[in-house]
Design a protein around this ligand. Sequence first.
Ligand code: SF4
Length: 419
Amino acid sequence: MPQYYIWTIGCQMNKAESERLGSYLEQLGYQATVTAEEADLIVLNSCVVRQSAENRVINKLNALKPVKRSRPGITLAVTGCLVNSHADQLKQRFPQVDYFLKPGDYPHWLEKQDKPSVLPRHPSPSTFVTIIQGCNNFCSYCIVPYRRGRERSRPITEIADEVKELVHRGVKEVTLLGQNVDSYGHDLSDHPSLADLLYELNTIDGLARLRFLTNHPKDMSPKLIEAVAELDKVCEQISLPVQSGSNDILRAMRRGYTVEDYRQLVTEIRSKIPEVALSTDVIVGFPSETEQQSQQTVNLLSELRFDTIHIAVYSPRPGTIAARKLEDNVPPAEKKERLIKIEQLQERIATEINAQLLGRTVEVLIEGRNKGKWQGRTRTGKLVFFSDNGDYLGQLVKIRIEKTSPWSLQGKVKDYNND
Ligand code: SF4
């Protein structure tokens, strides 16, 4: 039986794609192996969002050279964001690679027969579905539009059929993915929106929850906020990357909104969806960011009080506008200090927000076991652990929260819905 090995780094879109490819290979008679050395087919699913990620891919490719040399009959394929439209240049640089495949493409010898066949056979109760690839925004620091190309949406019917099939295979929660899900549909002939897609998916029997990632503050519509507020399956959780609390920095980042626009959007979301959990992304140490501008970010974060923040330290990404035109002039020690300041602030805020859940009963979708405990998430995306001898995988369980921390919650089973 031929063996396959898939190595994946990067975002949830890559992970979802690798899961599907693995499942498809198994249907073709391949068996998964844990080391590349034993495999007949090796696939690297790459990420180049940060230079460090691209370096890891290149290191991995170099490490595979002797494997390919000693067993020339094996197949080595690379997919993901490393693969741009210059496959010939990549082939020259990495002659050990047999196939360079754009994200989502399959090699001719593994041509997709039909859509359901590439879905995971035993998906996790909570799984991911890509609805739009690429990005048209060109934020000055980001390489994604150059590597993933322009936005391409999948038709509503195709996504709905896929979600129905996933539900048939045991999925309870689907997270819709895209670099900018708010752009969904504008490139399709009938111009559906993400809200339209949510209304359609909300009707699917057996599906319990829907989420979507990632939003762009300049593109998020009132109709989408209404849909989240109104639809019972759409979870009260929104990711809304702000990136900076300084209008000058936002302009240099080419984000297309001001701090005032952002604040108004958050107010609108919170007034329509009262229990919503908001997360955001921040970049510290962007070129020319002064201490005062960094403080403006800290002030905004402490005013808006997010449930979670993903903080990135700026590093120039070759090929982007910022790397070409702006000097990376914030000293590394200063960047680190700004990072720590925001981390400490967020730890305090998340401690207070999560403490409000103490004694409350929340609905948790159980995704698996970790270190002897069941693990799942609330509708607002909070991680919950509990100990119990029952079998809860894929079930919606009511948990009474008995302990909270900034990162997770712990509790006991209160009620168990086995439908
Ligand atoms: S919205 Fe900006 S940061 Fe996000 S993928 Fe597009 S260009 Fe990159």
